[in-house]
Write a new protein. Structure first.
Lengths: 257, 224
């Protein structure tokens, strides 16, 4: 197995608030890793550090074995141009979609390919259509995002990220802003991606998705990884009280079998 | 009391020349003022504190001092300070470029800040640089929202340029004064000038409404 992302002793503070207190994680090619944790546990911050949407306070991040940034007397420094290039190799999908409302669906999916990767418009259009087909939205190509449902918007956002041919995909609570009945279509697209061998790192509250799709589940608590393991084990028989509480809170009102 | 436009109409080319000069000053002030306003807005939004402080000072200074004082300062005071030969046109263009850039800066700033942070994030996440995000994602959306304020400010500028007659620049107002003295017909002259401004500004606001509706058709706009 080849390693895609490696995080070493990641720390992140906002002013005086220490959000991440030393995280180590390796994500291998084709793996789907799910991050669980209550709000404020640092899971979104951790995800956002992987593609440097947030600059880590300390620690090292490797993509495909290459260290990001330069080490100078024990401290990491980053050039903005390097970070832009890095972000173009990592796909990210957000809770609130962040589609570009002044562009049609296909233009949204072409934008990064043309502006960042320098692909020709015809090549970008072809790739964009292929990705829209992948998420089942080819017929919406010429619509503006405002005319799509939340679930469709999120699938377009996934297509936009995929069109960049990312080495890893980051999902930041991508179903949290959706109506419950629209959650399924997005999770289905994500599951399909995972099955096709995409390397994925997902922050989510969907325990069912974690159980059925993830290869590995991490439970974050107070800025550190508290538990880690296969979903079938860790979700059924958590070792710590903290994680047991968390899981109980999520399944308080389950339908009887 | 008798209206007699004939005497005025005989010399209407004087007013026409004044109109051209008014449009010239307004046009040049927009030409320099809008980009300068964007630069000031971006500087003010910068996280680099000294830059944002300097931009903030310039903007507030030119927004809070009377334009006539600024015009006199550039025309009469600046040549004493540094060795430049000021013509009325240069003084007028410099004054109104900077003065309107201060107002445009605030329009740009509020326009840019009104765009959801998620748009910056969406652009950043696909690898766009700051300037790519700004020019491709943020400004196209912000400019649509800015158009009403932008047009209002441009109309305000057109009206404020009447001040240049005080430094003997032959704008519409200056020419009107000349013509009124020449013909002894201030009533007719100033009536015509008022109508010219009215028509000019009416056309501008019609144009702005048209532009807003055009933009509203493509995706998000201010009018729906």
């Amino acid at each position: 197995m080849t390693e895609i992302v490696r995080i070493e002793n990641l720390h992140k503070s906002f002013d005086n608030l220490e959000v991440l207190k030393g995280i180590d994680l390796t994500v291998n090619s084709g793996e789907t890793v799910v991050l669980l944790g209550s709000s404020g546990s640092g899971k979104s911050t951790m995800l956002r550090c992987v593609n440097f949407m947030e600059i880590p306070t300390s620690g090292k991040i490797y993509l495909n074995g290459d260290l990001v940034g330069n080490e100078r007397s024990g401290k990491m420094t980053y050039r903005e141009s390097e970070l832009c290039a890095l972000r173009s190799r990592i796909g990210m999908v957000f809770q609130h979609f962040n589609l570009f409302p002044h562009m049609t669906v296909i233009e949204n999916v072409m934008e990064g390919q043309v502006i960042v990767l320098g692909r020709s418009k015809s090549e970008a259009r072809e790739k964009a259509m292929a990705q829209l087909e992948r998420v089942g939205l080819a017929e919406k190509a010429e619509e503006y995002p405002a005319r799509l449902s939340g679930g469709q918007k999120q699938r377009v956002a996934i297509a936009r990220a995929l069109a960049m041919d990312p080495e890893v995909m980051l999902f930041d609570e991508v179903t949290s802003a959706l109506d419950p009945e629209l959650v399924g279509e997005v999770l289905k697209s994500m599951r399909q991606l995972a099955e096709e061998g995409m390397t994925m790192l997902c922050v989510t509250h969907e325990l069912g998705f974690a159980y059925h799709v993830a290869n590995r589940v991490l439970f974050l608590n107070d800025g550190a990884i508290l538990e880690e393991g296969e979903p079938q084990k860790i979700l059924k028989t958590p070792k710590t009280d903290r994680m047991r509480e968390f899981l109980e809170g999520h399944s308080l009102f389950k339908l009887p079998d | 009391m008798e209206w007699n436009f004939l005497a005025v109409l005989n010399d209407i080319d004087l007013l026409f020349l004044g109109l051209v000069n008014t449009l010239k000053v307004t046009g040049l002030a927009l030409f320099f003022g809008v980009p300068l306003g964007l630069v000031l807005a971006l500087s003010r939004l910068s996280t680099f504190k000294p830059l944002s402080a300097v931009a903030g000072f310039i903007v507030e200074f030119f927004r809070t001092t009377p334009p006539l004082v600024q015009l006199f300062w550039f025309f009469f005071a600046l040549p004493i300070l540094i060795d430049v030969s000021m013509t009325p046109l240069i003084a007028a263009v410099v004054t109104f470029s900077i003065q309107s850039s201060a107002f445009f800066a605030e329009i740009f700033r509020s326009g840019i800040q009104s765009i959801d942070k998620g748009q910056w994030e969406g652009a950043k996440a696909i690898g766009m640089t700051y300037s790519q995000s700004l020019s491709r994602i943020i400004l196209p959306q912000a400019v649509k929202r800015m158009i009403p304020a932008f047009m209002e400010r441009s109309i305000e500028l057109l009206k404020t340029t009447t001040l240049v007659s005080t430094v003997a620049y032959a704008d519409l107002m200056f020419q009107a004064n000349e013509l009124a003295q020449k013909t002894f017909r201030p009533l007719e002259v100033y009536t015509i000038v008022a109508v010219i401004y009215l028509v000019l500004i009416f056309l501008c606001s019609q144009f702005s409404i048209w532009v807003e509706h055009r933009l509203a058709k493509s995706g998000e706009g201010t009018v729906r």
